[in-house]
Design a protein around this ligand. Structure first.
Ligand code: PGA
Length: 257
């Protein structure tokens, strides 16, 4: 009953022309694909052009981050209302690369998630443990800490969290490494996240919120991952830069429902 959601996170790749070429391919080849929601997250400078090119399609445009203040003296930042103004419908917050290289804390992620929701956008909130944390048996404790802060205030935004909130479980050791969590490893964490969502937001919202898996998702492993009961799609990095690979993942998500 949850429509799987597959989002391509292009990270710092593709200029405007390259972004438009890729979305034009996706738009043409995914037009007839039903039963799965699709999004792409280009760099900020391509956001508006991509959103324009995708107008009237079922493919959503997503930002890769959003600052929590709407306006002000914050040189270099882009806020959620401006992302909406550019035509995007979603924003990713809390990606592990933001946490690792740009100092984003779970508290920041919580503020970003609220600003995104208040701007009328959907929020894709990323959480995930490092390898040392998994090896130390701390995976679920880390997930609990990150999730608690990231969604602490989302209920106060009064938006429809069932459709606007997405959690992405991305084990840091699986991102860009070619090393994927097994379907069973991912399912264990996804089921845990859903239990925590039920405690914090209530069972009806927890049942409806999509929980994406991310970390080296490829055409060869997507179907087995998304077939797990609590894995509702994927946040795809490297493989989303190639139209054929991304389309194969989207189709795998659809067929596994
Ligand atoms: P990857 O990245 O698919 O290249 O591992 C996933 C992500 O960072 O969202």
């Amino acid at each position: 009953m949850r429509t799987p959601f597959v989002v391509g996170n292009w990270k710092l790749h593709k200029n405007i022309a390259e972004s438009l070429a890729l979305v034009t391919d996706l738009k043409n080849q995914l037009a007839a694909v039903k039963g799965v929601q699709v999004g792409v997250a280009p760099v900020f400078t391509a956001l508006h052009s991509v959103a324009k090119r995708l107008e009237g399609t079922h493919i959503a445009t997503c930002a890769q981050d959003a600052y929590w203040e709407a306006t002000g003296a914050y040189t270099g930042e882009v806020s959620a209302p401006l992302i909406a103004d550019a035509g995007a419908a979603w924003a990713i917050v809390g990606h592990s690369e933001r946490r690792q290289f740009f100092g984003d804390t779970s508290d920041h992620v919580g503020k970003k998630a609220c600003s995104v929701l208040r701007a009328g956008l959907g929020a894709i909130v990323c959480i995930g443990e490092h390898l040392a944390e998994r090896d130390a048996g701390r995976t679920l404790a880390v997930i609990d800490e990150q999730l608690a802060e990231a969604i602490a205030d989302v209920a106060a935004t009064k938006v429809d969290l069932a459709s606007k909130l997405v959690i992405a479980y991305e084990p840091v050791w699986a991102i860009g490494t070619g090393r994927t969590a097994t379907p069973a490893q991912a399912q264990e964490v996804h089921a845990h996240i859903r239990r925590r969502l039920a405690e914090k937001l209530g069972p009806p919202i927890a049942e409806a919120v999509r929980i994406q898996y991310g970390g080296s998702v490829k055409p060869s492993n997507a179907e087995a991952l998304i077939a797990e009961p609590d894995i509702d799609g994927a946040l795809v990095g490297g493989a989303s830069l190639d139209a054929a690979d991304f389309i194969a993942i989207v189709k795998a998500a659809r067929t596994s429902t």
